[in-house]
Design a protein around this ligand. Structure first.
Ligand code: NAP
Length: 258
């Protein structure tokens, strides 16, 4: 259920709002009375999401852009700001998760993952931060992943981008707190979205995107520093992190599909 009274922000910009977690977050925040700026490449999908948001009584501004292009991100954020006013909350969510195998190490694909998952988030942060610092108010959320806690075979590039985002946000969190700006790193396990629909392997504790969005919005409202979920996967990954390299390699090698 929507929790309109408890949500502390009036305006949010969400990257990757055209599907999956980003779309679900747009609807969840709208239900909590927050106006949303929707960023992604597919304009038709953004228009659909905007219509859903408006049905819930919140305002939506679409700002189509490719997050791997710094200028486009800046212009998209400016557009959201012009229409909705100062941005209280940024959710840097846009991401791609294609596997890159070591035996077919496609450097172009590796570069794309870094551009979208890491630089895309950095460009969005760069576009909102000066105003947040001026206002001494704001909240930056990055959607990392539980996959970012170790290098999984076949998706180590994805894991590395998510680790980079997590570490970047950790330092920013400490630096920005005295300026009234909160930073939350969200690390989901498996969420049912177009990204995971391609996976052929079993995904334990797979969660629907609307459930994930509700949990993420609650974590934002509580100004959590980090939010790793679902707890069962978070616990599993925490245990994986404790394993020494030889034990990790032995355990993870059989998972050919990862
Ligand atoms: N699903 C999971 O199990 C899971 C788990 C952990 C973390 N995550 C993270 O959650 C985030 C959302 O993923 P999802 O599962 O919701 O996948 P999704 O449904 O495929 O959504 C990805 C979103 O990112 C946008 N995007 C991709 N490349 C872009 C680009 N170059 N410029 C602008 N937008 C771009 C897509 O929009 P356009 O194609 O319209 O541009 C789309 O809105 C990602 O960062 C992902 O790594 C997902």
């Amino acid at each position: 259920m929507a929790q309109a009274t408890s949500f502390p922000y009036k305006t949010a910009a969400i990257t990757g709002a055209s599907s999956g977690i980003g779309e679900a977050l747009a609807l969840e925040l709208a239900g909590r009375g927050c106006h949303v700026g929707l960023l992604a490449r597919r304009q038709d999908r953004l228009e659909q999401v905007a219509r859903e948001v408006e049905k819930m009584g919140a305002r939506a501004v679409i700002a189509p852009c490719d997050v791997s292009d710094r200028r486009q991100v800046r212009e998209a954020i400016d557009r959201v700001r012009q229409e909705l006013g100062p941005i209280d909350l940024l959710i840097a969510n846009a991401g791609v998760g294609d596997p890159v195998k070591a035996t077919k190490f496609d450097v172009d694909r590796v570069e794309l993952l870094y551009r979208v998952n890491v630089l895309g988030a950095i460009y969005a942060i760069g576009a909102v931060l000066p105003e947040m610092l001026d206002r001494r108010f704001g909240h930056i959320v990055g959607i990392s992943s539980l996959a970012g806690y170790r290098g999984f075979p076949y998706s180590s590039t994805y894991c590395a981008t998510k680790a980079a985002l997590r570490v970047q946000l950790e330092g920013l969190r400490v630096e920005l707190r005295p300026f009234g700006i909160y930073v939350t790193t969200v690390s989901p396990g498996f969420i049912r979205t177009p990204m995971t629909a391609k996976n052929k392997f079993y995904m334990p504790f797979l969660m629907d995107a609307d459930v994930a969005a509700r949990k993420i919005a609650n974590a934002i409202a509580r100004k959590r520093r980090t939010f790793d979920f679902p707890w069962q996967m978070a616990l599993f990954v925490r245990l994986l992190r404790l394993l020494p390299p030889f034990a990790y390699d032995r355990l993870i090698r059989p998972y050919k599909e990862w």
